[in-house]
Write a protein that binds this ligand. Structure first.
Ligand SMILES: *Cc1c(COP(=O)(O)O)cnc(C)c1O
Length: 364
């Protein structure tokens, strides 16, 4: 029996509303691209501070479709940060484009603007900053560099629902933002799902067409699109959960502040921007394997995001660059439990356990 599990995906007190939403769709007899998806798109756009939202099948597809809408083609180069879910790079690869992996800043571990500037070459068409763990990348510096070099900015917002950067919503800085509704994300479906947000009407229209086979009107396929549609069931479930997302995010921030108060200041990955939405709460420890085992012995479940830097992944062999900051962090990162219905007592238990372990013969 785990005292503190890493996550808990059981339905909470939103269960009756979620079941009612599912029943509503079952009774409607309409399952793909219908009124629930349309309503969710409008509601998610509003919540995200963007003019348009387009539902798609996953966060990975959202990235790939936005890149296509930004004009990225096979053979183009696209900058991606070295510390992220591998799917960021895989979305680029799925287009036949080449992910160019750039190192991250040592603090917040997001795409390093200087490394990005140095990696731009004649074939670079886009960059995909990742708002990692719920904290925005340095979009002020990155969009400035991108503009100077005529490189499109596609934001990977898969961990950053409701996140802002310098007070401005993520997903609205460049071409658009890609969101995931994978069940563990801050806004999670009961299956796969994703969305693109954008302020550019033409981009929204292009993604809308691409997600549905490239059809301009029914059976008229004007380009080679894909099948990447958000279904009515997931949209109806997401509409229920979106209503609580603000409250859930505030709770995540509150628990993160408590962790920061209780832990030695040098241990957590720093909060650089107050728009952080705390998808995850990673700390850095030198002897991770031992620390993780000791926490597990105390009933505290942890995960690692991510144990292998993108630049060290075999899937990207051949495009690899050396990214020392990300490679080093990959050996130290450890994510502590953090979710809205976690109790303060549980946070205290985890923080005390970790502090005790770090004070022992394991040095942080
Ligand atoms: C989850 C995630 C993705 C992929 O989203 P899926 O919906 O699983 O395809 C991409 N990038 C980041 C940073 C993620 O966390």
């Amino acid at each position: 029996m785990k005292a503190v599990p890493f996550a808990d995906l059981q339905l909470g007190d939103d269960a009756p509303a979620v079941r009612a939403a599912i029943d509503r769709v079952l009774d409607s007899g309409w399952f793909i691209l219908g009124p629930e998806v349309e309503a969710f798109e409008a509601e998610f756009a509003r919540a995200s501070g963007a003019r348009h939202a387009v539902g798609v099948a996953s966060g990975t597809d959202a990235i790939a479709l936005l890149l296509r809408a930004a004009g990225v083609e096979a053979g183009d180069e696209v900058l991606v940060p070295a510390m992220t879910a591998a799917f960021t790079g895989l979305a680029v690869a799925s287009l036949g484009a080449r992910p160019v992996i750039v190192d991250v800043e040592p603090g917040r571990l997001t795409m390093d603007p200087q490394a990005a500037a140095a990696a731009i070459g004649p074939r670079t068409r886009a960059m995909v900053p990742v708002h990692l763990y719920g904290q925005a990348a340095d979009l002020e510096a990155l969009t400035e560099i991108a503009t100077r070099h005529s490189v499109a900015v596609v934001e990977d917002c898969c961990q950053a629902h409701l996140c802002t950067c310098a007070g401005r919503p993520v997903g609205t800085w460049g071409v658009g933002g890609a969101f995931s509704f994978y069940p563990t994300k801050n806004l999670g479906a009961l299956g796969d799902g994703g969305a693109v947000v954008t302020n550019d009407e033409a981009v929204a229209e292009r993604v809308r067409r691409l997600r549905n086979g490239g059809q301009a009107t029914r059976y008229d396929h004007v380009e080679a699109g894909v099948n990447s549609r958000l279904d009515e069931l997931q949209a109806a479930i997401l509409r229920v959960r979106l209503q609580r997302l603000g409250e859930a995010t505030a709770r995540r921030r509150q628990l993160a502040a408590l962790y920061r108060h209780l832990l030695p200041a040098s241990v957590p990955v720093p909060e650089v921007d107050a728009g952080h939405v705390y998808h995850l709460f990673p700390v850095r420890v030198a002897d991770r394997t031992i620390v993780r085992q000791r926490l597990a012995d105390g009933g505290v479940e942890t995960l690692v995001h991510y144990p292998i830097a993108l630049s060290d992944q075999r899937a990207f062999a051949g495009t690899q660059t050396h990214c020392p900051v990300a490679s080093h962090a990959a050996g130290e990162l450890l994510s502590l439990p953090l979710y809205p219905h976690l109790s303060e007592t549980a946070v205290q238990l985890v923080a005390e356990a970790l502090t005790t372990i770090l004070k022992g013969h394991v040095r942080a």
